[in-house]
Design a binder for this molecule. Structure first.
Ligand SMILES: *Cc1c(COP(=O)(O)O)cnc(C)c1O
Length: 396
């Protein structure tokens, strides 16, 4: 039988990164604004923008930094309400709080996607929206953009985990006013840490560039933004959330691997999902028709199990080598909204809560072979059967 690999191991960084890192280490040229032109961070921005089909890109220290700078670049007043999904990573409400805004949470359904009725009902008085494509699951962006456009509410896409996903043929992260991506190790491109934002809005990106730390006239090292930046000279705080040249040197050689990682990740995901969906106790929700996914992890709902059976399932799967985390029942999970106790007035979101109590998360990297994916599926199926057979044994 094919053994189950360690699903937390990363793919090696492409060999080409070494020569460039060596060059940077020899010269000590690590600061993005040191060289007069063509710094690795600037080249990364040009390449990333071209790959996504966006006019501008700004690399920063993390996706959280990108979300924070995006909110700041929108020039929202203090205490502006920002609508976010109730199912996301704690970094998202944190970025909102960091930007002196107030997060408003909306419900997310059993398919991990934003509940549109609840979203629409909470839009009044909201001054910006962050759509978190959590674990790469895309909500109905046509409906969301129509609702927000009608009220002239800017949409920021948290595409941290959605690089390579498309919606109606368009790249996720390019649908809203600003899209934010992560290069943290568990995302499609791994630099340890890092982030980038994309936009077509010259005014917004000029403000973002300055606030990210392009002090004095360093903004001149970004392409064609002279007029937009001059206007804001010395008028904005410098938050210094820049990316280092070393990180860019790790990221750039991974860009040509995006397409392969997307295809292989989707193949692996769909292979395991099909096997799990044949089981009465496991459900992998369908994607929406406009969406082409780029998954590197798998989420599924356990059906007909009690809380203790869900925990039992995680233990049995873990013992077989597949680490499964239930979002709601694992202790202190950063994706369970009731753990965001730094927020005042935490709402109750009964639908989101019900989903989190049954939704499970496991990594499923693109580098796995189909045989390894079958072994993962078998371990999950066998865990479900063991847990539910035990129940039968007790009942009789
Ligand atoms: C990882 C992640 C973030 C945070 O990204 P960092 O680069 O670690 O700040 C935000 N949102 C989602 C959906 C994520 O998956």
């Amino acid at each position: 039988m094919t053994p189950i690999p360690d699903m937390h191991d990363a793919e090696p960084i492409p060999e080409e990164a070494r020569a460039e890192i060596d060059r940077l280490l020899r010269s000590g040229d690590l600061f993005r604004y040191h060289a007069p032109a063509d710094a690795p961070v600037s080249l990364l921005e040009a390449e990333f923008a071209a790959q996504l089909g966006s006019k501008y890109a700004l690399a920063v220290s993390s996706c959280s930094a990108a979300l924070f700078i995006a909110l700041k670049a929108l020039d929202l007043p203090r205490d502006a309400k920002v609508l976010i999904p109730g199912f996301t990573f704690a970094a998202v409400p944190s970025a909102v709080v960091h930007a002196d805004c107030i997060p408003v949470l909306c419900e997310v359904g059993g398919d991990y996607r934003i509940d549109l009725d609840d979203f629409a009902a909470r839009l009044d008085g909201v001054q910006a929206v962050i759509i978190s494509h959590m674990r790469g699951h895309t909500s109905d962006m046509d409906a969301i953009l129509a609702l927000c456009d009608a009220r002239q509410i800017p949409v920021i896409e948290d595409a941290a985990h959605s690089l390579g996903t498309t919606w109606g043929g368009r790249n996720i992260g390019t649908l809203g006013r600003i899209g934010c991506f992560s290069f943290q190790s568990y995302k499609l491109i791994n630099a340890g840490e890092g982030g980038i934002l994309v936009t077509d809005d010259a005014e917004l990106v000029a403000r973002a560039i300055i606030m990210s730390g392009a002090y004095e006239h360093n903004w001149a090292k970004h392409p064609v933004l002279g007029a937009a930046c001059t206007k804001w000279q010395n008028k904005l705080p410098l938050y210094n959330l820049r990316l280092s040249n070393l990180a860019a040197a790790v990221i750039r050689p991974q860009l040509p691997h995006i397409a392969r990682r997307v295809t292989d990740g989707r193949r692996n995901h769909d292979h395991v999902a099909a096997a799990l969906n044949a089981c009465p106790w496991i459900e992998v929700p369908d994607k929406l028709p406009q969406e082409q996914r780029a998954p590197d992890s798998l989420q599924f709902n356990l059906c007909g199990m009690s809380d203790s059976q869900v925990l039992d399932f995680s233990n049995v799967a873990g013992a077989a080598g597949v680490k499964v985390q239930n979002f709601g029942l694992s202790v202190d999970n950063a994706r369970a909204f009731w753990n965001w106790k730094f927020l005042p007035d935490l709402p109750d979101l009964p639908r989101t809560r019900a989903m989190l109590m049954r939704a499970c998360d496991t990594r499923l990297p693109a580098r796995l072979t189909l045989d390894e994916c079958s072994a993962v599926a078998d371990a999950l199926l066998s865990a479900a059967h063991q847990v539910m057979d035990r129940q039968k044994a007790y009942a009789t």
